[in-house]
Design a protein around this ligand. Sequence first.
Ligand code: MLT
Length: 208
Amino acid sequence: MTNTSFVHRFEPATSAGSPPLLLLHGTGGDENDLLGLGKMISPGSALLSPRGRVLEHGMPRFFRRLAEGVFDEEDVRRRAHELGDFVSEARQRYGIAAPVAVGFSNGANIAAALLLLEPNVLAGAILLRAMVPLSDSPKAELGGKPVLLLSGQGDPIVPASNSARLAALLSQAGADVTHKVLPARHQLSQADVTLARDWIGNVAAEAA
Ligand code: MLT
């Protein structure tokens, strides 16, 4: 059993039809970072927002990296399982359904790892500027889980070939992937918010 204590924020749902969101920040962020984004894209959803437990020069992250875009994959695996355990415990504690992850950058990468390593933890995911998290990806069974992958055309951190590979990998694992490449760099744009909001509205409508 891993130590599942994450510093986190939880905000209960204010409307019954909206899926809970697991908010996963980027490098140097914290549990407060994505609360505003979560409220914008899915008003009324319960929000579960942990702080990454790895520190890189004092900046919180969800797993160790050896260099930008070069991951310590053993740590990716370990931390994804830790996060999975945290989500399971938080679901019991707060009485919420399996969440849809909303991850940005490093948070999107751990969400992608979670999908591949623990396919039952998430109901779906919005991956903002994500990369392939593991070079030898496990054979996951994602059974039609909805995934929105939003990439930036001019992203200096995530090469176009890498995000295309991630989309293919998740599709091959059975996810229902929507991949859009936006005229943006690594940082988020208004288009990310609009597309994420519309997508999650459809997911909630289909689940109802
Ligand atoms: C990562 O380390 O997960 C990626 O390089 C994205 C980032 O956090 O900069």
